[in-house]
Design a protein around this ligand. Structure first.
Ligand code: 1PR
Length: 527
């Protein structure tokens, strides 16, 4: 029997699905007494530290948790759930009491690398623990965080991880343990570790060791553009430069849940669903995407992103739903990150026009509750060709390797909304910067000119955006072969590369991409 502490934020569904898959029976904490009656307690925390600690205090969970921990009863904190074990965080200005089981604090990454630290990274093992039984030191786990713990007592360090510098990525003292990485999102190896906690009778560590692990891998992401076809069935489709129709009908490349499962099994590091007609539907009215997430998260144990239609909405009865309401439903259905497209353009334009943050935009609201790392901005730019940089003053102009249709040597990248149907007077680089300032944690960088062309990623665009922000960038649009992936990682600073068409049409298997990247010396997760 596993008791799960769900304080209301983030994606607990994945942890529940993982525990059930491992044969555990689940009970949810609904009142303070449930904590003390637990046999084994798992605390998965995602999002913002201050908001988590405030909720734990409001629900009167702090006292029973302290009692449970000081009695050395089995406890496993994940991400924020582990950070809560410390005395406080640089992310918390409220002065609310934390658990203080471990001495030390939580600090923000101080690095020139992208923050959040996002993706599959290795572990250096510092204690011989039953929690790590069967874990190959060459394994990688999924991390997504901007803050890390700084324990005062080195003997509680279970693992460290290197991201620019070495930080503590897991702790253990007796039966109390926690990981900064997400085992429930780390595929088979994560399930092994979670299974060790669930099944082991004796969890105490057996003394210090020093085993070195691997570094951060580049991510390969499979993207599923989803919409209803003309018969009303939800299908995965794929366009050429965003036109998804073939002889009038919507192209059908498969069923979303089945395809996501296939990509998980083939080794995708993440899966992204984009509800491409989300701008005209209200996602909470008819909920096919919620169902897709619920079903997918039962079988897929890597991060899931969902985009399409995330914005404030007023229904025909005048009922108002905030973008945060929509996002919350997605998180509770199994999403780890949400992606905002059209609304981000409108929000960024308003922000750039006034220079003021309203605090009420979708980006700000969602990142405040769920953390920056949960908010991805999907950018859909189109090239605008010009003869000289002066012809596009105020925009980020690049000299293009391939000339434009009338021999133009330069272009800039204009933002679009509603899947490229409308353009806005905003440059993609300015959009990315503004969204980062508003609280976004990652950029999904498409390019309409390249989408579906199989001609390779737009390296000029990717470099322009990557150099302008300090959050991770996912390169998207145009992948046609394995070499395009090594090109994008060797010639730009992108942290991840995404493809759709070549995977759907089985032209290039995900494993072939990974093998190619490994041969070129680019770190990738195997498995
Ligand atoms: O604007 O917040 O409702 O979100 C809508 C989302 O749907 C946006 O993220 C937008 O990018 C996406 N979208 C809208 N229309 C289309 C379309 O194709 N007609 N798809 C669309 C975007 C682009 C990529 C694609 C890559 C890789 N898909 O994600 O998967 O270009 O393709 P490739 O490897 O085959 O070249 P909102």
């Amino acid at each position: 029997m596993i008791t799960l502490l769900d304080y209301g934020a983030g994606n607990v569904r994945s942890v529940m699905n993982a525990v059930e898959r491992l044969g555990g029976t689940l009970k949810l904490v609904t009142k303070p007494e449930d904590i003390l009656s637990a046999e084994k307690l798992i605390f998965p925390g995602v999002g913002n530290y201050e908001s988590m600690i405030r909720i734990l205090n409001q629900k009167n969970y702090i006292k029973p948790l302290r009692e449970y921990l000081s009695a050395d009863r089995p406890f496993f904190g994940i991400c924020l759930g582990m950070q809560a074990l410390f005395q406080g965080s640089e992310e918390d200005f409220s002065g609310n009491e934390s658990l203080g089981f471990f001495k030390g604090r939580v600090a923000r990454f101080k690095t020139n690398l992208a923050v959040p630290h996002m993706g599959w990274n290795g572990i250096n093992i510092k204690q011989d623990s039953p929690l790590l039984k069967g874990i190959d030191p060459g394994s990688r786990f999924y991390f997504v965080h901007s803050y890390h713990i700084v324990p005062e007592d080195p003997s509680v360090v279970l693992t460290t991880t290197t991201y620019d510098y070495e930080f503590t990525s897991a702790v253990q003292k007796g039966n109390v343990m926690g990981t900064q990485f997400h085992p429930e999102k780390s595929g088979g190896i994560g399930m092994q570790l979670l299974g060790n906690f669930i099944r082991s009778e004796a969890l105490h560590g057996r003394g210090p060791v020093d085993i070195r692990g691997l570094g951060l891998a580049k991510r390969v992401i499979a993207c599923l553009d989803v919409r209803s076809n003309d018969d009303g069935d939800l299908v995965v489709t794929k366009g050429d430069q965003y036109d998804v129709r073939d002889k009038g009908g919507v192209r059908n490349l498969g069923q979303p849940v089945a395809l996501a499962k296939r990509y998980y099994e083939e080794g995708a590091d993440e899966i992204t669903f984009l509800n491409i007609t989300g701008f005209r539907d209200f996602p909470l009215k008819d909920m096919p995407m919620l169902k897709v997430l619920e079903e997918t998260s039962k079988n897929v144990f890597v991060p899931l992103t969902i985009g399409g239609g995330i914005r404030d909405y007023t229904d025909s009865n005048g009922q108002i739903y905030s973008a945060l309401d929509v996002a919350s439903r997605y998180f509770r259905s199994g999403a780890d990150k949400i992606s905002i497209g059209s609304d981000a353009v409108e929000v960024a334009m308003a922000y750039l026009a006034t220079g003021k943050k309203t605090g009420t935009s979708a980006i700000e609201q969602i990142s405040r509750v769920y953390g920056n790392q949960a908010v991805v901005i999907s950018i859909d730019p189109k090239r605008v060709w010009v003869d000289s940089p002066e012809a596009a003053k105020g925009n980020h102009v690049v000299q293009s390797a391939e000339p434009g249709p009338e021999g133009q040597a330069y272009c800039w990248y204009q933002c679009t909304v509603q899947g490229g149907r409308q353009v806005r007077d905003l440059d993609a680089v300015a959009l990315a910067r503004a969204c980062e300032a508003l609280g976004a944690g990652e950029i999904l960088l498409n390019c309409i000119d390249k989408d579906g062309t199989n001609s390779g990623f737009d390296l000029d665009l990717i470099n322009a955006v990557r150099n302008a922000v300090s959050i991770p960038v996912i390169a998207s649009s145009g992948a046609g072969c394995e070499a395009h992936f090594s090109q994008v990682f060797e010639r730009t600073g992108a942290e991840a590369a995404l493809a759709a068409g070549i995977f759907h049409r089985k032209e290039v298997p995900i494993q072939a991409v990974k093998v190619h990247l490994a041969q070129r010396g680019i770190p990738v997760r195997q498995g």
